[in-house]
Write a protein that binds this ligand. Structure first.
Ligand code: UFG
Length: 305
């Protein structure tokens, strides 16, 4: 759901439109036909490794798409935006929890696109105070819709932990490779702040509500639970939820990985009246519901659809 979204708008879903954000004339048509109060912009490429191989693809898609969107929004007097940023803008944090005031850096081209877009948004607001912009820094979104009908279906080999675990559980892959067992963490494996996708979605509703307040300017909020969970703890939670054993192969650290990243959540709680409700057990329960109903995601075992 939050996975690899090509260039389209969430809002366009209800209009049944798919538009490449870089296609300015097509975007102009959409804004000419419908008056939007606000835009939630979470279109973008998001694979860290791919961004290192193909930086221009990431700069072209993520940056040009966003700039074109902002230009068209401004031209049509729509100056309220919620943007999907990422905890990746904290780089390798020196301490945790990460507060919104931490220094920002980018470890790869994907992260740089998030950082650049944040800076672009701050500049736009500085130049025109009619804009209201909320930048949401996602931590690690996992899980699926509790119905079991909507979930993440990455193309190719999953980059992220939980889609990979899911594919092992349904028998599509033989084992999970654990990247790094010698981190100075509770069990030696990397620690992250996993957040249920439903909580994440609610965070966007809270942000939209916030946009209705006067003078919010360009504000940034972490969307996380404030809790750190290790790779082995996540695997154990998924095994419990699914009743499946996940075979593990212990390996070296993945280059570029931070050891521990989790969010400070107070600002979002205070100013958005939003707080994550679900823990890792619910994330794994709902992800297993999706996986067991749809072991091949939205496709078929032979990959023909
Ligand atoms: N991991 C494994 N095996 C795998 C995949 C991941 O052990 O097959 C480990 C990683 O080493 C890390 C943890 O699981 O310790 C989480 O890794 P993910 O790839 O799921 O997530 P990351 O925290 O590395 O990256 C995520 C997003 C990025 C974003 C970043 C922000 O995928 O887009 O959070 O902090 F930039």
């Amino acid at each position: 759901m939050i996975g690899e979204l090509w260039c389209w708008f969430f809002q366009f879903l209800c209009l049944n439109l798919q538009v490449d954000l870089r296609d300015k004339p097509a975007l102009e048509n959409v804004f000419a036909e419908t008056k939007f109060d606000a835009v939630i912009h979470f279109a973008g490429l998001k694979a860290v490794g791919e961004s290192m191989q193909k930086p221009l693809l990431y700069f072209n898609n993520n940056l040009i798409g966003t700039i074109t969107l902002l230009e068209v929004m401004a031209a049509h007097g729509c100056k309220q935006l919620v943007f999907s940023s990422s905890a990746t803008v904290y780089g390798w944090p020196k301490e945790v929890p990460c507060t919104e005031e931490f220094p920002l850096s980018a470890a790869n081209p994907y992260g740089r696109t998030k950082l650049f877009i944040e800076e672009i948004c701050r500049d736009i607001y500085s130049s025109d105070s009619e804009w209201k912009i909320i930048l949401l820094r996602y931590f690690n979104p996992v899980g699926a819709h509790p119905s079991g009908y909507i979930g993440e279906d990455p193309r190719g080999i999953p980059n992220n932990l939980m889609p990979y675990v899911q594919q092992v559980a349904v028998g599509r892959r033989p084992h999970l490779t654990v990247f790094g067992t010698d981190y100075p963490t509770k069990d030696g494996t990397g620690v992250r702040d996993y957040i249920h996708v439903v909580d994440l979605a609610d965070g966007h509703i809270a942000a939209l509500r916030k946009l209705s307040e006067a003078n919010i300017g360009c504000e940034v909020y972490n969307l996380g639970t404030g809790k750190g969970t290790s790779v082995l703890e996540m695997v154990a939670a998924f095994e419990k939820a699914s009743g499946k054993k996940i075979p593990l192969v212990m390996a070296d650290r993945r280059p570029g990985d931070a050891e521990t990243v989790y969010a400070a959540t107070e600002k979002a709680e205070r100013e958005l009246s939003w707080k994550a409700n679900y823990g890792v057990d619910e994330m794994c329960r709902d992800q297993w519901k999706w996986a067991s109903k749809n072991p091949y995601g939205y496709g078929s075992p032979d990959g023909t659809n």
